[in-house]
Design a protein around this ligand. Structure first.
Ligand code: ADP
Ligand code: MG
Ligand code: MG
Length: 510
């Protein structure tokens, strides 16, 4: 469609902003207001919410690329479920990251300690999100998606994303037809998006697979959260979806990471069931079937050794973890780099270990890879070091540490100067990745009541839900469960909505 998304006149912008604000507040497309907007004293009971930043129009997104992401998700789920079960491979990855990364080192220690006494839960839940940008080799050629990263822990925005799709659907059928550059009612191709329900269904299936309580306590699901979380409504949408189910009834509790030891214990006996006593229901004890982690993914959640003891306490319990330590390590950027490193005679394909050789899955997975290099002393690593230190060549790259949650990467010309501050023995804990440069898209972002029009960059995330059994080596549940489109101004390097740079969006397929 030519001229899509349209420019809006100031009065049209104001009207759309008003409609979007009201729709968002009425439908929980919201976050808690930042302290810069409302001080803690002004909202002591935490009763206020504010609309999330969102695009006025669903951004145009190539249908072939959207379909490609949807089609490959189950293969990605299977791949990461398999990697999570390959302890030897993950041990090698941790070794390559090296001792300089204290966070990954401590995380791995948790696994080793539990392994020593023996795991009592062989099942794992993965709620994944594979993130992509559109890449076009040359004008006129078919665009493809290239993977930015694969998330195995706290993959967020599934709760807000299905709401954003509904908002844009509402606008397409009610508001856009009245614009000066009218968009015909329901003429946009807006894909269904059931991300909240799909992710919740993954948790529900894990709850069922956990089986009956062994301690005669009612079972529950725990959302392990960060204190002061502003993105709470994203999580609440999942919780409400879970509680829609009448059979089984699933009690859900939010437990701050810092309070794990205060409110949970492990049952006596060999079963190591995790017991939870909700502070708001002092007479009740629950047996925890599933721990869904929306915290614990970065060093900030582990201020001291007692936080690591708490993670160990959960890991050794019988609750089904989303994710286990093994699955979290499988989601490191180092693993993504190893997968993307081309096969050589001395370095056989890693992906071939997990997927049937020559299968369509392998080619559909590898077609989403872009160039990623280690920064170690292998041949590829030495080449990458040269690129990273070259003031011209480095401009096409991003340097990533083994971290999650946005704000950790080093971009383009900042790479050489940054690396000079890092002792060389620590360089192998980073990876160097080619920047994906999607074709230009224009849109208007509504953020805190203000409209920002200009060039934007869109990142597509496809959600996956997967349950596997480490012992039986079987996958009992493998679904593609909806999508996220996150959009940022093209001047910003990072796109995290929570980090404050990006905004929610949905796809208008073209
Ligand atoms: P995190 O786990 O912290 O989210 P990401 O790898 O997703 O780390 O990087 C954060 C952001 O940086 C991405 O959302 C994207 O906007 C940008 N980014 C990361 N890698 C690339 C890349 N190869 N090309 C272009 N942008 C990238
Ligand atoms: Mg990530
Ligand atoms: Mg990311």
């Amino acid at each position: 469609m030519a001229d899509y998304p349209p420019d809006v006149t100031p009065s049209e912008g104001d009207r759309l902003a008003e409609v979007i604000k009201d729709w968002s507040l009425a439908h929980g497309l919201t976050v808690k207001p930042p302290p810069t907007l409302i001080s803690a004293e002004a909202d002591p009971k935490g009763i206020l919410a504010t609309a999330v930043p969102v695009t006025l129009f669903p951004s145009p997104f190539p249908r072939v690329c959207f379909d490609q992401g949807i089609a490959v998700q189950q293969a990605y789920n299977e791949l990461y479920a398999s990697i999570s079960q390959d302890e030897d491979f993950l041990a090698q990855v941790v070794k390559e990251i090296g001792d300089s990364d204290d966070y990954i080192t401590e995380l791995w220690k948790v696994h080793l300690r539990v392994k020593q006494e023996g795991y009592v839960q062989s099942k794992s839940l993965g709620l994944f999100r594979s993130d992509y940008m559109v890449h076009q080799y040359a004008a006129g050629s078919t665009p493809q998606i290239k993977q930015v990263e694969f998330n195995t822990i706290a993959s967020s925005f599934g709760g807000l994303s299905s709401q954003t799709s509904l908002l844009h659907k509402y606008l397409a059928s009610n508001e856009y037809p009245w614009l000066e550059k009218s968009i015909k009612r329901n003429s946009l191709q807006l894909p269904q998006n059931q991300s909240a329900a799909g992710l919740a269904n993954g948790i529900r299936q894990a709850f069922i697979e956990y089986g009956p309580s062994a301690t005669n306590h009612e079972r529950c699901v725990i959302f392990l959260v960060q204190g002061g979380e502003r993105n709470i409504f994203d999580q609440k949408h999942l919780e409400f979806e879970l509680q829609k189910s009448e059979e089984p009834i699933i009690p859900v509790f939010r437990l701050p990471f810092a309070e794990i030891m205060q409110h949970t214990s492990i049952a006596e006996g060999a079963g190591r069931q995790l017991l939870y006593r909700p502070p708001q229901l002092p007479a009740h004890t629950f047996e925890v079937s599933v721990i869904y982690m929306r915290s614990g993914y970065g060093p900030g959640d582990y201020p001291d050794q007692s936080a690591w003891e708490a993670r160990y306490h959960l890991e050794r319990s019988a609750a089904i973890k989303c994710p286990t330590v093994l699955t979290q390590v499988a989601g490191t950027k180092k693993v993504q780099q190893v997968l993307a490193t081309p096969e050589t005679p001395s370095n056989p394909s890693i992906i071939g270990r997990y997927m049937t050789a020559g299968s369509a899955s392998i080619s559909s997975l590898t077609s989403t890879f872009t160039n990623i290099y280690p920064l170690d002393e292998t041949e590829a690593g030495l080449k990458a070091r040269k690129i990273a230190m070259d003031p011209e060549l480095c401009k096409a790259y991003v340097l990533k540490p083994q971290r999650e949650g946005g704000g950790n990467n080093v971009y383009r010309s900042s790479i050489p100067g940054f690396l000079k501050t890092v002792p060389e023995p620590h360089w192998p804990s980073y990876i160097l990745m080619e920047l994906i440069t999607p074709p230009p898209v224009f849109n208007t972002i509504l953020r805190s009541g203000q409209l920002e029009h200009g060039g934007v960059i869109c990142e597509l995330g496809i959600y996956g839900a997967c349950i596997w059994d480490q012992q039986a080596k079987t996958i009992s549940h493998n679904d593609q469960v909806g999508y996220l489109l996150r959009t940022k101004g093209d001047k910003s390097e990072e796109g995290g909505v929570a980090a404050g740079f990006g905004c929610m969006d949905s796809c208008s397929l073209v």
